[in-house]
Design a protein around this ligand. Structure first.
Ligand code: SAH
Ligand code: SF4
Length: 430
């Protein structure tokens, strides 16, 4: 979602006549788009801002002004900290208000030495104010939903991105058509809880994600569809059926369980048990036996015992994820879990994360190696490090390197996989 927001912020600046630079020292405006999900991500921005100030001072000696801005969830959650720890910041605006950037920059241009911090939860939707979105390559993100009403006890998202909002169907279709016309072959629909999507159609009737996927699958020229991130309790049967009925829907789904222990899931305020989750996976596999699963995990949530942690490992052994993201529980200010008295020692969190990641990587590695000898359609998005090499994505989101001319960029090519490591594949065009 932050990559999407950054692209949209760049789009706003381009519409004002700015151009992207390759180095920070050349930037008349430097913007940090920030994440508040874990403490490590949030702290990073303050060290980055310190470095940006040094560059701003160097540029000043050369007679150049620099505007430093901060966007994203850290602004929403820590506006006072930004004002205190980085008073040189010219503006800070939250994830729901960055469409106001033109007005903010105009105010800064008119009146030097003011600092603007905008952390409203605005009544208007930013999507109504952003400039038209065009493809930057063959794979595009398309935000269809934002915010969250679930309030998992560890998570800041409902406080930083606000309550759930679904964009209307027609607006999404219009943006999708524009992205396809400007070169997108793949659309990745985004939302913090993308599968709780409930936008209105042109008659004002509420429609769900399954309906939207069917509408998108009708669009000429669209070859691949994905959606992320899904909340297990919102995996409805009609959405699961899309994995059987819509050929453009890629056979890969990110469906975070977080923990394999029902006690911990309850303390996390997740609306699914371990067996609910496994039942959904069974149904998905019935709908499409080729589907590969991915998940997020949190280890060391307050009160997590060795037995709870073992249950997480059991889920991993059962599902055999082809990819996953795992984190140590991070205490977030203002969330209920941060106040729980049974916090887990750092040392234990670290040990559990190592054990979990070793197991997850084993399955990822096994899956990647099982692809050797197979032929896969690969969408090539980037040039590789070596000349004559391109990097693309398989249907399972694996990175694949191949020796190909750059004319093959932004195309889907059938590739025979010849080598595999834990993190990537190599192959040859057939
Ligand atoms: N809506 C998605 C997740 C969005 S947040 C869902 O409910 O599954 C992305 C991931 O960050 C989460 O899945 C979780 O694994 C991780 N995360 C969120 N808050 C965290 C915290 N306080 N500590 C550690 N990881 C966290
Ligand atoms: Fe955060 Fe996801 Fe839970 Fe919402 S559902 S509170 S985004 S972890």
């Amino acid at each position: 979602m932050n990559v999407y927001d950054s692209q949209r912020i760049a789009g706003i600046l381009q519409s004002l006549g700015y151009q992207e630079t390759t180095s920070q020292a050349e930037g008349d405006i430097v913007i940090f788009n920030t994440c508040h999900i874990r403490e490590k991500a949030a702290e990073k921005v303050f060290s980055d801002l310190g470095r940006a100030l040094l560059i701003k001072n160097e540029r000043k000696e050369q007679g150049k002004d620099t505007i430093i801005g901060v966007c994203g969830c850290v602004v929403q959650a820590e506006d006072e900290q930004i004002a205190k720890r980085a008073p040189f910041v010219d503006f800070a605006t939250g994830p729901l208000t960055y469409h106001r950037l033109p007005e903010i920059l105009e105010r800064i241009a008119r009146k030097k030495n003011i600092s603007i911090i905008d952390t409203d939860f605005p009544a208007e939707s930013k999507f109504d104010y952003l400039p038209e979105n065009h493809s930057l390559g063959a794979c595009s993100y398309l935000a269809i939903q934002e915010g969250c009403n679930n309030f998992c006890t560890y998570c800041v998202v409902p406080y930083t991105r606000g309550v759930e909002y679904s964009r209307p169907i027609e607006e999404i279709l219009k943006e999708a058509k524009r992205l396809i016309q400007s070169g997108s072959l793949e659309l990745n629909l985004l939302g913090q809880n993308v599968n709780s999507y409930h936008g209105e159609d042109k008659f004002g009737k509420e429609r769900n994600l399954a309906y939207l996927l069917h509408c998108l699958a009708e669009l000429d020229g669209l070859k691949r569809l994905r959606y992320t991130t899904s909340y297990p309790a919102d995996m409805t049967d009609d959405l699961i059926a899309c994995h059987k009925d819509i050929p453009q829907l890629m056979p890969y789904l990110h469906l975070p369980i977080q923990s394999g222990s029902d006690t911990i899931l309850k303390a996390m305020n997740r609306r699914h048990s371990k067996s609910d989750y496994l039942r959904i996976i069974d149904k998905l596999k019935q709908a499409n036996p080729q589907i590969g699963m991915s998940s997020d995990f949190i280890v060391g949530f307050p009160g997590e015992t060795d037995k709870d942690f073992q249950e997480t490992l059991e889920v991993v052994n059962h599902v055999k994820y082809i990819q996953a993201f795992s984190f140590k529980y991070s205490k977030r200010p203002g969330t209920p879990a941060a106040l729980m008295s049974n916090q887990i020692e750092e040392k234990v969190k670290k040990e559990r994360l190592e054990i979990l990641q070793t197991l997850l990587f084993e399955y990822q590695d096994k899956f990647n190696r099982s692809c050797v000898g197979k032929t896969m359609p690969v969408l090539f998005e980037n040039k590789g490090r070596h000349t004559g090499q391109l990097i693309g994505r398989t249907p399972y989101m694996q990175n694949l390197h191949a020796s190909l001319d750059k004319e093959n960029l932004n195309k889907i090519i059938n590739i025979k996989v010849t080598e595999a490591t834990t993190n990537s594949l190599s192959g040859e065009a057939i």
